[in-house]
Design a protein around this ligand. Structure first.
Ligand SMILES: [Fe+2]
Length: 296
């Protein structure tokens, strides 16, 4: 199925929203084994709606905005847990009220949650789809509450999130999907080496290093807390991802800053990473075998 990256609805976003930045994650593409089952799960539990259906895949989104493409391949083998690829796709809801509304829906459906954290900059709930692909649903705190450090990084932490309070604050109303304005806020990857990740995302793609955890780096444009994170918690030293594995086939970083994209393309050429251009989309495979599309 063609992963078209063209048409998107125009919804006015706050000027400091994750996707109002010079470069941001627009879409994610997973290869799954049981397409009808996984697609139905994303529609029922996350509340994504089908936007485009092809012979071997489906694109789902919110309010007409494509966010997630699911495709299936007959010979796709289940990716081992330590393979480079997806740690989670993070869906960013507009506010705390919407995070609570989704939580209440998840609880009503007996959805198994894997965790919930207060990251200072955001509040996040974690789960996985039926084939084990990681998912985060989160809301950002206002940027005025973020604690930027003198070196330009931003303070983040992993504190417990009071799910009961969030649940009890949620309006007890009819839920018919994630709210308009929901986007992918960031993607978190499994890679095999952190210095290599710093070199790729910061030095080649031109994102800024916004935070470090033990075994993880966080990158962004426009001083967002992170558009891309990379960790080695399961995948330290792992061999490259194989093309016939389930999981993250590719994701799209969209550049609203043309000069930033041109610089990234020049750097990719310099480090001899092959880029295929199709229309306005530049496709490549990163150092860990994960597909990446750069779009303008
Ligand atoms: Fe995350």
């Amino acid at each position: 199925m063609q992963d078209t990256t063209q048409s998107r609805p125009t919804i006015s976003m706050p000027a400091d929203h994750a996707i109002a930045m010079p470069a941001y994650v627009d879409r994610s593409h997973l290869v799954v084994q049981d397409l009808p089952m996984v697609s139905a799960w994303y529609q029922r539990i996350l509340g994504l709606s089908p936007i485009e259906t092809g012979t071997n895949g489906e694109t789902l989104g919110v309010a007409g905005r494509p966010l997630l493409t699911l495709t299936t391949e007959g010979n796709a083998a289940r990716a081992p847990r330590n393979a480079p690829g997806l740690f989670h796709t993070a869906f960013l809801v507009p506010n705390r009220r919407e995070l609570g509304r989704w939580l209440a829906h998840a609880v009503r459906n007996n959805t198994r949650l894997q965790g919930a954290s207060d990251h200072l900059v955001s509040e996040a709930i974690y789960l996985a789809d039926p084939e084990g692909n990681g998912i985060e649903v989160y809301r950002d705190r206002p940027r005025g509450e973020w604690d930027y450090q003198p070196d330009g990084t931003v303070a983040m932490s992993t504190l417990p999130l009071d799910l009961r309070a969030l649940y009890e604050e949620a309006p007890n109303d009819h839920w018919d999907g994630l709210a308009e304005g929901t986007t992918i806020g960031h993607i978190h990857l499994q890679v095999s080496d952190i210095p290599e990740a710093d070199a790729f995302f910061r030095d080649v793609l031109g994102l800024d290093l916004m935070a470090r955890y033990p075994g993880a780096s966080f990158f962004a444009s426009g001083n967002y807390h992170h558009h891309v994170a990379a960790n080695i918690w399961n995948s330290r030293g792992a061999p490259k991802r194989q093309s016939n594995m389930t999981g993250l086939a590719d994701y799209t970083i969209r550049f609203s800053d043309a000069a930033k994209l041109a610089t990234a393309l020049g750097n990719l050429d310099e480090v001899e990473i092959r880029v295929n251009k199709e229309g306005s989309v530049h496709s490549l495979v990163d150092p860990w075998g994960i597909g990446l599309k750069l779009a303008s």
